[in-house]
Design a protein around this ligand. Structure first.
Ligand SMILES: Cc1cc2nc3c(=O)[nH]c(=O)nc-3n(C[C@H](O)[C@H](O)[C@H](O)COP(=O)(O)O)c2cc1C
Length: 203
């Protein structure tokens, strides 16, 4: 298994990046397998435009290295902050890049992680469950995480209180579940039934 972790905040040194790094470390401690972290704060992807369909070389320079990394991953974690009750525009843009024939996320499991500095964090999860999978064919698993009061979380090696202890346990549990979905969906992708040529877009 190789895990791709997408930090969906396009602020530099965001709280979401702190969460993404914590998840990456937990994954290493737990499963000791490779990972790839893409921070949309440090690596902003320009807004999609249709020259990408004409093979614009500027786009190839930006997207091909990212696409190759994503291709090599068979499970994903999306860390998505709650911005005005929405997923940030950069996250939606990222899903546009991964749609249709690209197939880099297709039939691979994803763990969604909502982030909020207060008591929010659920709206981006609901939004991505509703709208991000159609052309990407990404499979958001039923488990998800919401990291609330994020500024107080993951500051030290050990949890600061019972709430954080619970979340840390839940991160480990969710990663173990994600690993099993990765094994299960490897079977689907290798089964020979998928037909992206005739059915490149979802209905
Ligand atoms: C433009 C913007 C809008 C935000 N709106 C909300 C919100 O509606 N609800 C909420 O719980 N937090 C909101 N926040 C706070 C984020 O949850 C907080 O910044 C948190 O640290 C995650 O964002 P980050 O990863 O970009 O740091 C907002 C933050 C920004 C930058």
């Amino acid at each position: 298994m190789k895990l791709g972790i997408i930090c969906g905040s396009h602020r530099k040194d965001s709280q979401s990046l702190k969460v993404a790094k914590y998840i990456e470390k937990s994954f290493k401690n737990l499963l000791n397998k490779p990972s790839y972290l893409l921070d949309l704060g440090e690596n902003p992807i320009p807004l999609w435009d249709e020259s990408i369909w004409q093979g614009n070389p500027d786009w190839k320079k930006i997207w091909d290295p990212i696409s190759a990394e994503l291709e090599g991953c068979n499970a994903f974690v999306f860390v998505v902050p709650d911005w005005s009750g929405m997923a940030p525009a950069g996250v939606k843009n990222f899903f546009l890049m991964c749609g249709g024939a690209s197939g880099v996320l297709a039939h691979k499991p994803s763990l969604l992680v909502g982030v909020s500095s207060s008591r929010g964090g659920s709206y981006p999860i609901a939004e991505l469950r509703m709208s991000s999978y159609k052309n990407t064919r990404v499979c958001h698993i039923p488990e998800h995480l919401i990291i609330r009061d994020v500024e107080q979380m993951f500051l030290d090696e050990v949890a600061s209180d019972e709430d954080e202890k619970y979340i840390r346990g839940r991160v480990d549990y969710s990663l173990k579940v994600l690993e099993k979905y990765a094994e299960g969906l490897d079977v689907v992708r290798n089964s020979g039934v998928l037909d992206a040529k005739n059915y490149p877009f979802g209905m």
